[in-house]
Design a protein around this ligand. Structure first.
Ligand SMILES: C[S@@+](CC[C@H](N)C(=O)[O-])C[C@H]1O[C@@H](n2cnc3c(N)ncnc32)[C@H](O)[C@@H]1O
Length: 324
């Protein structure tokens, strides 16, 4: 009894502020925000991007909420429950099932919940100009996680006048892929398959369809060698095995700056070199990524999203999770 009471003393109280400032919050549904973002005359600024991200976070945990006008307090409560999912917190009292879900989708939600970086990446994809025309925009999201980059592709398609989208995600984590498939299915945005994106057979569903856009967010985090994640191996599969389908596609990341260290053998990987490098003296897999090109600017990985942190409320800046 005494032990239980003292454990309770260690529990964190609820966060007092909302995750994004109240004045930035739009009393609109996620679907309506996405429609607005699809207007090419609208500047995709921090507030609209944050609204999309925090509302999608809610929809991911509560599929179907994309059509509702949510209360920012409910969204903030969910973020609070998420960031404290492994610890004791008042906001998780008697919420065993929710805690289990937040733990199961934890890695994917961590990526989305890095709101500044997610906003920067979302904008870069949404504002890309496709090189390929047609009625239907075709996009592929490799390592889709929550599928947030598929939302960004759908905005890109609308901003460029496409009538319809055909988006497919590939995700190797079955639990995450199934949830993302459910969420995106309800939103009418596409589907996700469970597969290993390094294998050319995983792309059989594409047949000979040309892609407008490919996102491949499978880079290792700052300071880790490229072999630790599948990015370069997936690029090899794409460029060797799916050259026809990807020949006019836009890419995220558009380019990656890699090197032996931040000052040695720095080289840019991009579609012109198939994101590969032939160097007999130092293999690519031992190199590390240092920067990616976003909105035309080569941006150090740690600086991605830095311009968006002003859209996050004070105390939340230190508790939100990080992508890389
Ligand atoms: C850094 S997360 C990015 C998630 C998501 N794209 C986002 O922006 O939030 C990388 C994701 O890629 C998936 N992944 C990594 N290697 C993969 C592979 N070979 N095939 C399929 N999925 C892979 C991981 O399971 C993880 O969900």
């Amino acid at each position: 009894m005494i032990q239980k009471a003292s454990l309770k003393l260690l529990q964190r109280p609820p966060m007092s502020e909302s995750v994004i400032p109240v004045e930035l919050y739009r009393k609109t549904s996620l679907i309506s925000d996405l429609e607005q973002a699809g207007n090419p005359d609208l500047d995709l600024d921090g507030p609209i991007l944050m609204n999309i991200l925090v509302k999608f976070f809610h929809t991911y945990v509560y599929p179907g909420s994309h059509e509702s006008v949510l209360d920012l307090r409910d969204i903030s409560l969910l973020f609070d429950q998420f960031v404290h999912r492994r610890l004791g917190s008042d906001v998780l009292e008697n919420c065993l099932a929710l805690r289990q879900e937040l733990l199961s989708y934890g890695f994917a939600l961590c990526m989305l919940a890095d709101l500044p970086k997610s906003a920067h990446i979302f904008k870069a994809i949404a504002e890309s100009r496709p090189h390929l025309g047609g009625e239907v925009f075709t996009g592929l999201d490799i390592g889709s996680g929550t599928g947030i980059l598929m939302l960004a592709m759908s905005v890109q398609a609308r901003r460029n006048g496409f009538n319809a989208v055909s988006l497919v995600g590939i995700e190797r984590n079955q639990i995450v892929a199934e949830r993302t498939n459910t969420v995106l299915g309800k939103m009418g945005l596409g589907n996700v398959i469970v597969a290993d994106a390094k294998k050319v057979e995983s792309y059989g569903f594409l047949e000979s369809k040309e892609l407008h856009f490919v996102s491949n967010e499978t880079l290792p985090s700052v300071g880790r060698s490229l072999w630790k994640e599948d990015f370069i191996f997936i690029c090899k599969t794409l460029f060797d095995g799916l050259a026809e389908q990807t020949s006019k596609a836009g890419f995220f990341p558009e380019a990656v700056l890699v090197g032996r260290s931040s000052t040695e053998m720095l080289t840019e990987l991009n579609r012109d070199n198939s994101f590969q490098l032939e160097d007999e003296n130092y293999p690519l897999r031992l190199m590390k990524p240092f920067a990616i090109r976003l909105l035309g600017t080569m941006t150090p990985l740690e600086a991605v999203g830095s311009g968006y942190s002003e859209n996050i409320s004070g105390a939340w800046k230190s508790v939100l999770t990080r992508r890389w």
